[in-house]
Structure formats: C-alpha cells, structure tokens
Design a protein around this ligand. Structure first.
Ligand code: ADP
Ligand code: MG
Length: 292
C-alpha cells in the first residue's frame, strides 16, 4: 500500500467525521464481510423514554416508579437515566437504598425500607425465584412495539411493569441498506429480549439478530464469526461493547461513545450516524483500488 494514498484517505475520512485511530483500519474496512451492530445507542438513539407504568393490586403507579428510580439512582445504565427522568417529572421522592447491586445484563437490586426490591428483565425475576408467567402476555405486547419492559418486584411479589421506548435513529435503515448493497452481512446484538430485538431489527431492515446476549458474551459472538471465516466489523458505544470492539477486525465506536469504547476502537465515528460505516467501507475500497 502506498502510504500517500492512505494518508489522503485518512484525511478525507477525518473531514467526514470518521477518525481512524489504528493505522491499517482504513484498509481493513473494505475487506469486511460482516458488520455487527449493537442495538442501544448504535441503531437506536440510546435515549430511552418511559412510556408505560403499570402496577399490581397492592401498589400504585407512583410507588412503582419511585421504587424503581430509587434503585436506579445507583446505576449508570442508560435505562436508569430514563427511569430517573420520569420520576423527576412526576416530582416523586426517592427512597434511601441499601445494598445496591447491578446484575449485568439483567437489572438492579437493593434493600429499601427493609424490603428486597428487584428491577429488571424477565430473566432477573427468574434468577430471583419469582414467577412472572402471569405477566408474559403484557411483556410480549410491549416488546412487540419495540419497547423494553422491565419488572419491579418487592419482597418477592411483582409490583409493576415499566416500559421504555428507544426509537431507531433516522439514518439506521438507510445505513443498513447501504451495507447490504456493499455485500456486507449485517447482524444486530443486544442484551435486550428477543421480541424487542426482533421489532427494532425489523425497523432497521436487519434479519439476523442475537438477543439476550450477556455483556461478557458480545466478544465471543465476534470470535465465532471470525472462526467461520468472516472478517468482522463491530459498531458499538457502551462500556459493554469494549471487548467486542477490541476483538473485531475493525472496531468502530459511535457517537457519544463512552471513553472505554473509544479506547478499544480502531475507528471513531464522531456524529452518531450509522451511515458513516458504509461510507468508511466504500472509502476503503476506493483507496485500495487506487493503490493497486
Ligand atoms: P444492552 O447494553 O444491549 O442494552 P444490557 O446487557 O445492558 O443490554 O441489558 C440487558 C437487559 O437487562 C436490558 O434490556 C434490561 O431489560 C435489563 N437491564 C440491564 N440493566 C438494567 C438496569 N439498570 N435497570 C433495569 N433493567 C436493566
Ligand atoms: Mg449500546
């Protein structure tokens, strides 16, 4: 490869908001056979908003929201911010929390006023020995809308359901179509449940998904694809995504990516638009063609 044409292309990419952090990432981008996209914050805006608060007989909606927000005050998850914003909007008073713990990929737990409180996905309830079967219909319905439903349990009883909506970015569908036009296989990975994942993937024109992926397992998915002979790009923004970004042949941190994600990435996409991914691939192909 002639260094000059690569340097020119790296400069052009930078002007377009695509920062190449790792020398040969630009050349490798054109060879990608497969791109794995994280859902939250990559395909979607990453700013979830509470749409639904439901409560069971012994609770009211405000109690459900206030308890969930009280636990989430200790969490750095994007979902936590949405719950806290909704509680603030309702001017709810948060409770003192003891023994806060985050359960990666599932939710949060704490002791509030002597009661054990869990907040998170269906799997968390199962892990804690709660039977949430009765609510499966409601959870599926909310998920089919592309929303993420979470359950609140207080002293081993389901107290309510809170759902959030995190719409896809306006360019996501177009970007996926461009990738497909370039002959690149597109996959979505998410820790979210299967039904929500399917609904969002459909809106973004993606047919291959891996849902309910635990944070520590995202990198294994990349590795597996590589073992199948794929040359894999990974696009993500979260702390969760860092090992997968590092494992990928080309790791791309997007938008307001966390520091950890940026440190692990070969490429940083400055604005949040996913269109920069096919753009980088096309630029790479054009550059390599010039070199030959
Ligand atoms: P991703 O990073 O792909 O969005 P995570 O692995 O962080 O997924 O989370 C997977 C699922 O676990 C979320 O969709 C949510 O249902 C649940 N969850 C994780 N963290 C929290 C939290 N702080 N509060 C409530 N639910 C959570
Ligand atoms: Mg994310």
């Amino acid at each position: 490869a002639t260094p000059i044409s690569v340097m020119v292309a790296v400069g052009r990419a930078a002007q377009s908001g695509i920062l190449i952090r790792q020398g040969d990432a630009l050349q490798k981008a054109g060879q990608l056979t497969c791109v794995v996209l994280d859902k939250t914050g990559t395909i979607t805006e990453g700013k979830p908003v509470v749409t639904t608060v439901r409560h069971t007989a012994k609770f009211d909606g405000n109690t459900v929201l206030a308890l969930a927000a009280s636990i989430e005050a200790g969490s750095e998850h994007p979902l936590a911010a949405s719950i806290l914003a909704a509680a603030k909007e309702q001017q709810l008073k948060l409770e003192k929390v003891q023994k806060f713990a985050a359960i990666a990929g599932h939710g949060v737990e704490a002791i509030i006023n002597g009661k054990s409180v869990y907040f998170g996905n269906r799997t968390l309830m199962g892990l804690k020995g709660l039977n949430a079967k009765k609510y499966d219909g409601q959870l599926s319905e909310l998920s089919a809308l592309g929303q993420t439903p979470m359950l609140l349990a207080v002293d081993n009883t389901i107290a309510g359901i809170i759902a959030v909506s995190d719409p896809i970015k306006k360019d996501s569908l177009h970007a996926v179509q461009q990738l497909q036009k370039l002959g690149v296989r597109v996959l979505m990975v998410t820790g979210d449940n299967e039904i929500t994942a399917q609904a969002i993937a459909k809106q973004a024109g993606i047919t291959e998904i891996k849902a309910q992926v635990l944070p520590q397992d995202k990198a294994s998915i990349i590795k597996e694809l590589q073992q199948q002979g794929q040359i894999v790009g990974m696009v993500g923004d979260g702390i969760n995504d860092a090992p997968a970004l590092a494992q990928a042949d080309v790791g791309m941190a997007i938008g307001t990516g966390t520091d950890v994600a940026i440190e692990s990435a070969d490429v940083v996409i400055l604005q949040g638009s996913l269109l920069k991914v096919p753009e980088a691939i096309a630029l790479s192909k054009a550059t390599v063609k010039n070199i030959k």
